[in-house]
Design a protein around this ligand. Structure first.
Ligand SMILES: Cc1cc2nc3c(=O)[nH]c(=O)nc-3n(C[C@H](O)[C@H](O)[C@H](O)COP(=O)(O)O)c2cc1C
Length: 408
């Protein structure tokens, strides 16, 4: 029942100054070997003035050998500490919390950057962008859990006030949770308790390595929308279990590379969803009554009215918004000040089914807007054809080659 401008007090004691969060968007501003750059600092200086109470960074990798895309940050690179400190500092000026998002992509690490992806089980992704994965052994699973906790500890040292675990969009945490991707018969697979163990251990070890008052959040899918996969019931159980463990904020999203429902455009969502603007509100209503952790929904919010309605209905505690922040870096201020404000950018499609299915044009175009913001330029408000996006895709391809050279 909150208004957009109302503070949100988390279990950690952190007070977020309002209910608007810039959701995670990979900035694609790191070097090929995962170094933070001045461009990260520049764009977070811009977003610190956006009015949002919380900024979640693009996903940072807990293991630089496994990237979900080129140009992402390696959270455990020792040489990153100085710039990470500066990055954390950008939010302090405006009392804006910044939480890095931590990720291991598992098998969703494209062959552009990775010839040896790993997964809970050797179930390939039905897409030739990815090399079929090999199965992780027990020691490797333990090591990855420690990498998450170590990365969080370092980010806390750098001055960030929290981290978000990326449990959505089909990456490694999601792969463990899904019975489609996780076919193991040891303690990491099978029953819900076993599939949940990987994220449970990450949460517990991260908590143990970080101080009182440090926030741990998670982004989860409401469902993978995949036959035999992670269902809405699983998702509610994950939310309930993490709530019981004491997690600070749960963000709900959906989809994966195989089915990117989280980045759909007009005409691609159900009527009931379109009416309510955001994609996962019906799910939020179901889960909200069963947990006491604050709940955020991301995906589809574009207008002051849509956000106000979702908050006042009580379905969510916070609104997560991604793409509008790339085209309007003052989005939060605009929606809080102007009840009729609407952010508009048409979905970008190439007409080529394989590309559009994975929303590649869409991601590339928004990535380019983030780069423009980092370089002090205004972002474009109109999607003008496929060429700008192709430019970004070329940059990814070139840097993918560089990633492999760095590792060779
Ligand atoms: C360029 C771009 C990069 C993204 N990178 C991430 C990411 O690193 N981690 C993540 O959880 N979601 C990522 N997303 C998904 C968004 O956080 C969000 O879930 C999705 O865009 C739907 O929200 P929206 O309708 O407000 O844009 C990305 C989206 C875009 C457009």
């Amino acid at each position: 029942m909150a208004a957009m401008t109302e503070e949100l007090t988390l279990r950690s004691g952190t007070v977020l100054r309002n209910r608007i969060c810039k959701a995670s968007m990979n900035e694609a501003l790191a070097t090929a070997d995962g170094k933070v750059t001045q461009d990260h600092i520049a764009v977070y200086n811009v977003w610190a003035d956006s009015g949002a109470g919380l900024l979640i960074t693009g996903n940072m990798m807990v293991d630089g050998r496994h990237m979900n895309e080129p140009l992402v940050v390696d959270a455990l690179l020792e040489t990153n500490m100085d710039l990470l400190r500066k990055w954390a500092e950008t939010g302090k000026r405006t009392n804006t919390h910044i939480w890095p998002q931590l990720n291991h992509p598992g098998k969703q690490s494209p062959k552009m950057v990775n010839d040896t992806p790993v997964a809970p089980s050797a179930v390939p992704i039905e897409n030739d962008m990815f090399v079929p994965p090999r199965t992780l052994n027990d020691a490797e699973i333990e090591a990855i859990i420690d990498q998450f906790a170590e990365a969080a500890a370092r980010l806390e040292q750098a001055g960030f006030t929290g981290v978000q675990l990326h449990g959505a969009h089909g990456y490694l945490i999601g792969q463990f949770l899904s019975p489609h991707h996780n076919r193991r018969d040891d303690k990491w697979g099978g029953s819900f308790e076993n599939r949940f163990r990987f994220v449970e251990e990450i949460y517990k070890r991260t908590r143990a390595r970080t101080g009182k008052g440090f926030n741990i959040a998670i982004k989860i899918n409401s469902s993978d929308f995949q036959k035999g996969g992670f269902t809405e019931e699983d998702s509610i159980n994950v939310a309930k279990a993490l709530d019981a463990l004491g997690i600070d904020l749960i963000e709900v999203s959906g989809g994966s590379w195989e089915n990117p429902v989280n980045r759909k455009g007009k005409g691609e969502v159900r009527d009931s969803t379109r009416k309510r603007e955001a994609y996962f509100l019906e799910y939020a209503e179901k889960v909200k009554t069963q947990i006491s952790t604050p709940l955020m929904v991301t995906g589809g919010f574009r207008s002051a009215a849509g956000i106000a309605e979702a908050l006042s209905s009580g379905a969510i505690d916070m609104a997560g918004v991604a793409r509008p922040f790339a085209v309007d870096p003052m989005f939060a201020t605009h929606v809080m000040r102007n009840p009729s404000y609407v952010s508009t950018v048409a979905p970008i499609r190439s007409g080529i089914k394989k590309i559009d299915q994975m929303a590649i044009m869409e991601i590339s175009w928004y990535t380019m807007q983030i780069e423009r913001l980092a370089h002090g330029k205004s972002s474009q408000t109109k999607a003008d054809g496929v060429w700008p996006a192709l430019k970004v895709m070329y940059r990814f391809w070139k840097n993918g080659k560089a990633v492999k050279r760095v590792r060779a």
